[in-house]
Design a protein around this ligand. Structure first.
Ligand SMILES: *[C@@H]1O[C@H](CO)[C@@H](O)[C@H](O)[C@H]1NC(C)=O
Length: 327
């Protein structure tokens, strides 16, 4: 009887001991989680560890040149207004160049609106230059015409239906300043070798999914990229006329052509910069059917025009190191 009572109480004591160890483990785990969270939160502020932005060498950007916004638009005045209003608030924008390819010149109310936006620009009182490039004929090659009297080397080429926050633009611009011969932008694409073809010299255009899956790209689309203004002259003067004619006739692939041109000069891949993208327009040509087949045709056509495949694949992606925790 006594032994049994002893047995029971010993087991009960063991159980208490085990649950005490169990709750200790949970508490320890919670404690580690808590400490980790605190470190994570603290580390988001640069003053953690006493490393204040004030102790860093100044990123003096005022003395250097900014960039020119090169925007392609076609009869979407509300999108144009929205874009221009947004980008004039970005700190290093020096000049805006609107590629206009409509039969009618910009209307009086539109000009008035844009001038008002430039005047009411709250940043620094710097003057932003605004120019229209009026074209008689409607051709996609218009967007790469040379800029007359340019005031910056950097060109930020965009479509009117996507918007990037100033922080993303600033970051991509700083990447471009490190590599001014290269295209730097937010929308990567890839050329793939056509596996269904035995002689392996046919290529297939790869959109977002292959890029995402393989982490590899070889083009940066000019609807959102920085490049040196010298490439505008090269596109206009040195690009084979037959290639430009092809772009004009098919109303497509001017961006692939630009990627070929830059890669042919540099022999190097472009740079994909991390950035936020907001689409403000509803449909572009990329959402129409058959788009990918057309783009594949363009690539193969351009390879035969260039006599080789100039595009170089890469896996490099530029990210702002201030926003990354693990490195
Ligand atoms: C490609 O580069 C080569 C060598 O630099 C040059 O001779 C050729 O004209 C370029 N091709 C095009 C289409 O620009």
């Amino acid at each position: 009887m006594v032994a049994r009572i002893n047995g029971v109480s010993r087991r009960a004591a063991q159980r208490t001991a085990i649950s005490a160890v169990g709750s200790l483990k949970i508490k320890l785990l919670l404690f580690i989680c808590f400490i980790f969270t605190v470190i994570l939160l603290l580390s988001r502020t640069p003053s953690f560890f006493g490393w204040d932005q004030r102790n860093l060498p100044p990123l003096d950007r005022t003395s250097r040149k900014g960039y020119t916004l090169l925007i392609n638009t076609w009869k979407r005045y509300d999108l144009l207004k929205q874009s221009i209003s947004h980008y004039t608030s970005c700190p290093r924008l020096d000049s805006i160049h609107i590629v206009w390819s409509e039969p009618n010149p910009p209307s009086e109310p539109l000009l008035k609106f844009l001038n008002h936006v430039l005047k009411s620009n709250p940043k620094s009182g710097r003057k932003i230059e605004l120019k229209f490039d009026i074209n008689e004929e409607d051709s996609l090659n218009n967007r790469f015409k040379e800029i007359k009297n340019p005031i910056t080397d950097a060109v930020f080429s965009i479509d009117d239906d996507i918007i990037f926050p100033c922080s993303s633009v600033e970051f991509a611009f700083s990447v471009w300043e490190s590599a001014p011969d290269t295209m730097v932008g937010f929308v990567p694409r890839i050329h793939l070798i056509d596996q269904s073809n035995e002689n392996k010299d046919r290529y297939v255009y790869g959109g977002w999914w292959p890029v995402w899956w393989t982490g590899t790209y070889s083009m940066i689309l000019s609807k959102a990229s920085f490049f040196h203004r010298k490439y505008l002259r090269l596109y206009t003067d040195e690009m084979p006329a037959s290639l430009k004619e092809y772009v004009k006739r098919n109303r497509n692939c001017e961006d692939i052509a630009m990627s070929f041109l830059v890669a042919n000069v540099t022999g190097a891949p472009p740079i994909w910069a991390k950035g936020k993208i907001y689409e403000i327009g509803s449909t572009g040509i990329s959402s129409l059917g058959g788009h990918s087949n057309k783009r594949t045709e363009c690539i193969n056509r351009f390879v035969s025009e260039f006599g080789r495949m100039p595009l170089v694949p890469t896996n490099v992606k530029a990210v702002d190191s201030r926003g990354t925790w693990f490195w």
